[in-house]
Design a binder for this molecule. Structure first.
Ligand SMILES: [Mg+2]
Length: 286
């Protein structure tokens, strides 16, 4: 039995929401995205850690309490079949066992509440906040599981579970997942992008786009368990899940131009070889 660690991001990987947007909507706070963009430009906090920063330092978020975060979690729209995904990872893939953990930059209360009854709370590593005993106000940030914080979380888990680094699988969709994906790849693990965003698909070994969480099993079964498409379809169907459409798009996008050195090496054309229209276009900056 091969033992793996499968760690997944939460916001927009297992859900359709962004926790910060959902919280701001719940509380009627506007301008969340502008604030995040501003923080992002400064590189003051790890990418994905903006909400944690705002919760601690932005006056508008001072009224947020633990129960508000849990309420946001209850409102989160999850992708389909997360319960089935966790069952199959545990004992549904012959010869393989995957410990499933969620590592999220969102506050732990949000993710734990969203995944209540699906993923045990101790399998959720999120951003941890400290609360004032009297007022319930957020008074400290204990840990931010964003950006490089996700690398640290994976390292802790790997050691605790005694999983070698090449048996780590990470799934994510956003800029907060870049560090951890680079690190997992570097150590021989496997990475899956759940978004078409170029900055993440360029890094991940596979990309899978679906509104069904079970889809993440496709690259895992192909790459790690060595299954073919028929066997994968059959497994899904045996659990009542039908793959309607499976488009495999693997395209190399190239834009090719002449390099400066190559241009120098080329014999200059004699004037009479250049047609008039080309000669005039030589002056254009393109
Ligand atoms: Mg995400």
């Amino acid at each position: 039995m091969k033992h793996y660690l499968l760690a997944s991001d939460f916001d927009q990987t297992l859900s359709f929401n962004d926790s910060g947007i959902a919280l701001s909507e719940l509380l009627g706070i506007t301008g969340f995205q502008d604030k995040v963009a501003g923080l992002s430009r400064l590189n003051l906090v790890q990418q994905g850690g903006e909400l944690a920063y705002l919760l601690r330092h932005d006056p508008e978020y001072r009224r947020v309490r633990r129960q508000d975060l849990a309420e946001v979690g209850r409102r989160v729209r999850l992708k389909r079949n997360i319960p089935l995904l966790t069952r199959l990872l545990e004992d549904g893939i012959e010869g393989h066992r995957f410990d499933f953990y969620v590592i999220s930059a969102a506050p732990e209360e949000v993710v734990r509440s969203a995944l209540q009854g699906i993923v045990p709370p101790d399998h959720v590593i999120g951003t941890r906040l400290g609360y004032a005993a009297e007022s319930g106000e957020i008074e400290s940030i204990v840990r931010v599981a964003a950006g490089y914080g996700k690398v640290a979380a994976i390292d802790e888990l790997r050691l605790a579970l005694s999983v070698p680094s090449d048996r780590v699988v990470y799934v994510g969709d956003g800029s907060s997942d870049i560090h951890v994906m680079l690190e997992v790849n570097h150590r021989g693990g496997f990475t899956i992008a759940a978004s078409e965003a170029k900055y993440i698909t360029e890094i991940a070994k596979r990309t899978i786009i679906s509104d069904d969480a079970l889809s993440v099993l496709v690259p895992i079964l192909e790459q790690i368990a060595g299954w073919g498409p028929e066997r994968i379809r059959a497994l899904f169907e045996s659990h009542g899940v039908l793959i309607h459409q499976w488009d495999k798009v693997r395209t190399d996008w190239l834009t090719i131009g002449e390099s400066a050195t190559a241009a120098e090496r080329t014999e200059p054309l004699r004037d009479e070889d250049v047609p008039d229209e080309e000669r005039s276009s030589e002056k254009s900056p393109h």
